[in-house]
Design a protein around this ligand. Sequence first.
Ligand code: AMP
Length: 195
Amino acid sequence: VEGDSRGPKGLRLLLLGAPGSGKGTQASALSSRLCVPAISTGEMLREAVAEGSELGERISGLLASGELVDDATMRQVVQRRLDKPDTERGFMLDGYPRTIDQAHALDEILSSSGEGLDAAIQIEVPEEELVRRALARRREDDREDIVRRRLAVYRDKTRPVAEFYRDRGLLVEVDGDQPIVRVTEAILSALGVAA
Ligand code: AMP
């Protein structure tokens, strides 16, 4: 990784991984350690639903069923968030991009401000462990059929995103089937930051 959070550009990171891989947990841990905001698109969308905004009304069914929100809507959501000044010194995106089209959109969003990404971190967890974690969590959208649907969507649409970044030499793969702090350490060490 070139540059770090103290440099003028900061770190621009993506957290990839299946639902239940621990992306959100790692995003908060890394965000405070690296001094960059953690941006979770899933959380932003759930907030929109809770607020009952126009966007929220439109997407609540998709969220409940484990389907993806369309790429054009996601582009707007992310563009608007990355326009905020707190991302000037870097950011960590958790849950975006989730399709190849979104990866291209992110390129366009970033290139309009002359920015590039530093790394895409893929947190690897075996599928049965993902199902076990999701059912233990028992959120409303964590019913087993919906959990399996979310994993299938991940396999079909999101998995190829990792390959997209691998081709660019940006992919960092980390074993997510170990204690939370070990995962954080593995990511920091892969980024060349002392834990
Ligand atoms: P998450 O908390 O990241 O698992 O996201 C929860 C839900 O929000 C997902 O199941 C999708 O319905 C939606 N979502 C979050 N991020 C995206 C995205 N980048 N593209 C499409 N849908 C998304």
